[in-house]
Design a protein around this ligand. Structure first.
Ligand code: FES
Length: 183
């Protein structure tokens, strides 16, 4: 694993709008890692690596009952901390090996967005006051699938100087120079 990728795994990343994460597990991918996002009966969001330790099928194909994710294939159940709580095929379904558990990633919800880190996060979620300020309006967009580096995606949303040229008539007019910096 490259140094850059290792550093990125220890950062918080937005992976879904909170409103899109419900009781049904939702599959997504972060830095090449398949994830299953789900919400328990208390409304808390969770992120598991999207692989069942039994036969390796996707956890996101299962369902949620109360505070447990229930596998679609053989009905194994996992608690929100990743521990398995039941294997229906055993004579005593509750006698499950402790070492077999789902991989659980850190999750936070902020600004109406679910954030996940793939390793112990080294920095907090960035402070962005506008989404929590009633004077501002949040407009949902995306997600977009772009064949480019993530840094290029961020740049295109923050480099206002190109708007009037690339989106002429939609996000500006090159002739008015309204896109120019004033300071
Ligand atoms: S593959 Fe998950 S319960 Fe069997």
């Amino acid at each position: 694993m490259s140094t850059a990728l290792a550093a990125l795994r220890a950062c918080w990343h937005p992976v879904a709008y909170g409103a899109d994460v419900g009781a049904a597990p939702r599959a997504t991918t972060l830095l090449g890692e398949p994830l299953a996002l789900w919400r328990d009966s208390r409304g808390a969001a969770h992120a598991f690596r999207d692989v069942c330790v039994h036969r390796g099928t996707a956890l996101s194909l299962g369902g949620v009952e109360g505070d447990e994710i229930v596998r679609a294939y053989h009905g194994w159940r996992y608690r929100s901390d990743g521990a398995r709580t039941a294997i229906p095929q055993l004579a005593d379904p509750t006698r499950v090996p402790a070492r077999a558990r789902a991989v659980v990633d850190p999750v936070q919800e902020r600004y109406g967005v679910v954030w996940v880190a793939l390793a112990s996060p080294r920095w907090p979620i960035p402070d962005v006051p506008e989404p929590e300020d009633a004077a501002w309006r949040t407009v949902r967009t995306g997600p977009f699938a772009w064949a480019c580096d993530a840094s290029r995606q961020v740049e295109t949303f923050t480099d206002f100087g190109h708007f009037a040229f690339v989106r002429a008539g939609l996000l500006g007019d090159p002739g008015t120079r309204s896109w120019r910096r004033t300071t």
